[in-house]
Structure formats: C-alpha cells, structure tokens
Design a protein around this ligand. Structure first.
Ligand SMILES: Nc1ncnc2c1ncn2[C@@H]1O[C@H](COP(=O)(O)OP(=O)(O)OP(=O)(O)O)[C@@H](O)[C@H]1O
Ligand SMILES: [Mg+2]
Length: 348
C-alpha cells in the first residue's frame, strides 16, 4: 500500500489534539486523541440561499419538511463528497465543535476513504480537511479502519474477513499481514434497504412512503432471518393511486420479503470476495471468521444469516457503527508509527 507523504510544509511541533473523521453518507463521526468519539451527527446541512441555517441533527429533522426557499442537503453520497461546498462548511462546523477554534492548535486529521474513491475524490476529502482547519490530512482505507476498530489483529499473517455496511457504501475485505489481500467496495448500503422497502410498499400496498419512514420500518421490523412472533407496525403514507393519506398494518414478514433482494446482493458480493481469496488465506477464515461493522450491521439477524450462508463464524463488532471511526482514531493516536503501513496518499 502506498505510504503517505504530504506536499505541504510540516510544522516541527505536534501541537493540539489529532482527530480522526469518518465522513459518512448518513453520519459524520469524530474521534479526538485522548478523548475518544466526541461527535456523532447526521451528515446533513440545511441552507437558505448561501446561508447555512442548520447542521447535523437539527438539519436532519428538516429533511423533506421545509418550504421551497430552503434546501436540505446530504452532501456525502456513497461515501463520496457530492457537494463540495456544503461538505466543507459542515466539516468546518463539526471540527470546530469537536476541537475548538484555536488556530495555534490546528490538528492533524486521519480520514477514512472507501477503496472505490478516485484520486480526484480523495483530493476533495483532503481539501475539505484542510479547509476545516487541519494542518495535515492523512487518509486510511475504510475497511482497514473498520478492522482495527473491531479489534482485528491486522498484522497477523492469518487472514481475517471484514465487512462494513454503511448507509451508501459497503466495504468487504480479507486482510492478512497488514494489507488487503482481496476485497470489493460497493456503492450500496443501508439506504438501498430503505429503497427496497419503498418499492415493495408501492408494488404490494399501493402506498408511497418517504425514505425516513422506510428507514424506521427497517429498524423496527427488518430482519435477515425469521424472528419469533410476527411484529407489526402501523405505517402512514400516501395512496399511490389516489394521492390521499393512507395507513396500513405492516408485518415483519413483508419487510423480510422486501429486504430479500438487497440481502442477496450483499451475499453475492461476499461470495465473490471469498472466491478471489488465495486458498491459504481462505482456509484461515474458517477459524478467524467474519467481523461485521457499520450501522447496517445492526439489521436484526444479519450475523446469523451470514454465518448460515457463508459457513464461516461471524462476529458483530461492539458498537458496529463506531468501528470505523475508532479504527481511524487508533491511527490518529499514533500517526508516526502507522503512516508507512496504513496511511495513503491520493494517486494524483
Ligand atoms: N437497527 C438497525 N437496523 C438496520 N439498519 C440500521 C440500524 N441502525 C442503523 N441502521 C442503518 O445504518 C446505516 C447508517 O450506518 P453508518 O452510520 O455506519 O453509515 P455511514 O457511515 O454514514 O455511511 P457510509 O459508510 O456508507 O458512508 C443507515 O442506512 C441506517 O438505516
Ligand atoms: Mg461509514
């Protein structure tokens, strides 16, 4: 893996607290050296013209519910900066709330990036980091950060299998000897589970719901395996034929059917990666197994389903939605010792 060398001048003294940032499609998380995870907020910005009126949780509450003169944006899509200006302003706000405003202590940043990012997209992440006040920006691969944060011994010669399911991006990697030996990066994630629910309701119930409602249905009723009892919930939305408000009772059985397609796609991706893993390493995975991270890993029954379908032991990381930022944070704790091994420079 390429090592880091930043072209910008480096100060001799290491001032201030270094930070790690997981700039996610749905949520941004910040880890501060010595303090742990200090910020966990939705990656959402509400604007009125050029003015930012809300960031984070407050902006998320405005999604789909504002008059025309407002624009509520999710500037990160598929873990890629989609709207640079809004990202820069959001990040500056988050870094300042996590770090304070003092200019003499500009932090060094470690930011995770998925492996599908192009050199230009990586450059945008770095630029946003510098614009947020960093004095140096280091990048680490998301799958590697997820593994470190989930306590996977990445330097062992034995192989370890890691999955990170975010909102807009899924990373799969087999790691051995401190590097990725096989893997893939998908531009799909938890959001696609929500979209599958939206489509299912139109098709089977003539009912339109927004993605916020679909996500709530997924969290309340979604599962990857049959569950005890048959939980139900009342869902409110709009009749897709008449346009009038409508209410239905939805059961977990329907939701499991709706999630079948995205789950099958996830399993195919995992199987493809196993298929391209060298046999020696592949054999290790029967013992070391798969560790599942990311907010999407919280889908009920997912570890059991993966274990059943892949035939390797599966472990859900503790606080899976924080694994990536914790792992990037451990890199930030000790930048000098990991930079040669883990941190990358954009291929420009
Ligand atoms: N209990 C749950 N069951 C199912 N899915 C869940 C649950 N809790 C959160 N999620 C999903 O996890 C996803 C968010 O995960 P996470 O915060 O790791 O994503 P992200 O880091 O912002 O995105 P990405 O890594 O793709 O850029 C959302 O799609 C959310 O719906
Ligand atoms: Mg993520």
């Amino acid at each position: 893996m390429a090592m880091l060398a930043d072209s910008r001048p480096r100060p001799r003294l290491s001032l201030g607290r270094d930070l790690a940032i997981d700039l996610g499609t749905a949520n941004t998380r910040i880890y501060s050296r010595g303090a742990g995870v200090v910020l966990d907020a939705p990656s959402v910005v509400a604007m009125r013209g050029r003015d930012v009126v809300a960031v984070g949780q407050q902006a998320k509450q405005m999604l789909g519910r504002v008059p025309e003169e407002f624009e509520v944006v999710q500037p990160i899509q598929h873990s890629v900066i989609h709207q640079y200006d809004a990202t820069e302003r959001m990040l500056r706000y988050f870094v300042q709330s996590a770090h304070g405003r003092s200019l003499i202590s500009r932090p060094r940043l470690v930011v995770n990036v998925p492996s599908h990012l192009t050199g230009v997209e990586q450059r945008a992440v770095r630029d946003a980091g510098y614009a947020a006040g960093a004095r140096q920006v280091f990048l680490v691969q998301t799958a590697m950060a997820a593994a470190i944060g989930a306590d996977v011994p990445i330097h062992e010669s034995r192989g370890h299998f890691v999955l990170s399911i975010g909102a807009g991006c899924t990373e799969v990697a087999v790691i051995a000897s401190g590097g990725i030996v096989s893997g893939t990066s998908l531009r799909t994630g938890g959001v696609d589970f929500d979209v599958a629910i939206v489509e299912y309701l139109v098709e089977h119930f003539d009912m339109r719901v927004g993605e916020v409602t679909a996500e709530q249905i997924k969290i309340n009723l979604g599962s990857a395996v049959p569950v005890d009892g048959i939980p139900v919930m009342t869902v409110q939305g709009q009749d897709s034929r008449t346009g009038l408000p409508k209410q239905i009772e939805l059961s977990s059985v329907h939701v499991r059917k709706a999630l079948q397609r995205p789950l099958d796609e996830l399993l195919s991706a995992l199987r493809r990666v196993l298929d391209t893993t060298p046999p020696e390493v592949s054999g290790d995975l029967l013992r070391t197994g798969l560790v599942v991270t990311g907010g999407g890993a919280l889908l009920r029954g997912l570890p059991e389903r993966l274990e059943h379908d892949l035939g390797v032991p599966v472990r859900l990381a503790a606080q899976p939605q924080l694994s990536v930022v914790e792992g990037a944070g451990r890199c930030a704790d000790n930048i000098s010792s990991v930079r040669r091994l883990l941190l990358i420079e954009p291929a420009l």
